[in-house]
Design a protein around this ligand. Sequence first.
Ligand SMILES: Nc1ncnc2c1ncn2[C@@H]1O[C@H](COP(=O)(O)OP(=O)(O)O)[C@@H](O)[C@H]1O
Ligand SMILES: [Mg+2]
Length: 252
Amino acid sequence: MVEKIVTIQHLQKIYGKKNENEHMALKDVSFEVDKGDFVGIMGPSGSGKTTLLNILATLDTATKGSISITGQDLSMLDTNGLAEFRSQKLGFIFQHFNLLDNLSIYENIALPLSLQNESSVAIRTKVEQIAKTLGITRILNSYPNEVSGGQQQRAAAARALVHQPDLLLGDEPTGALDSKNAQSLLESMKALNEEALVTILLVTHDAFSASYCKRILFIKDGLLFKEILRTGTRQEFYKEILSVLEEYSMAE
Ligand SMILES: Nc1ncnc2c1ncn2[C@@H]1O[C@H](COP(=O)(O)OP(=O)(O)O)[C@@H](O)[C@H]1O
Ligand SMILES: [Mg+2]
């Protein structure tokens, strides 16, 4: 049986107080993600993508509905439980790399493990392994401001993955990269998904990034309204994504 990594049912998110600046960012969102999937969430600005990702990331809570990750119902966890769950099961890559300038690339990547009291030998093995996968072995002793934006983002990806999370979440992770660096990050994510079976959920408004996914869910006004699966080549999928964006006037 396929392992479910994410199960979301009838998720609703209302910002603001009742009758006062109330805004329903998510209306009724349901979907599942299997282990080994690589799912893209696409939609226009303001459609609820970041809201959805923040709830999945346990950084925000839903107003209604249920969400479980690796079988754990998030509503059953208190603040400490959520923090522990997040640090063990989830990895994040954001648009801005959020690396700490005063730590070397090695120290940045090792940070999640250092916080979990792993031995320094175990930490070194894991950091070197993920650095190799992402092609950044040469820069481990450098500082963030000494390397390119693309290398910084791959270092951020390595930090997100070093503790072998069950789910990698990305919110526009290529948003601040030029096209060459974006492509190399996406190739690394694809390799992680195919070879290490890392389950990935990626929010993006960019069709090129989305074309690396196996499946795309489209969101508009807080509702999922369409899903497409990749069946052919990445180039064919890219064209299909562009035509959906055009059909629903979401092209930017
Ligand atoms: N903290 C907040 N308080 C009030 N409204 C918010 C907040 N965050 C987002 N929103 C609103 O919720 C809607 C969805 O936002 P968001 O999830 O950021 O969309 P996206 O990431 O797709 O651009 C938008 O209308 C936005 O203005
Ligand atoms: Mg957003």
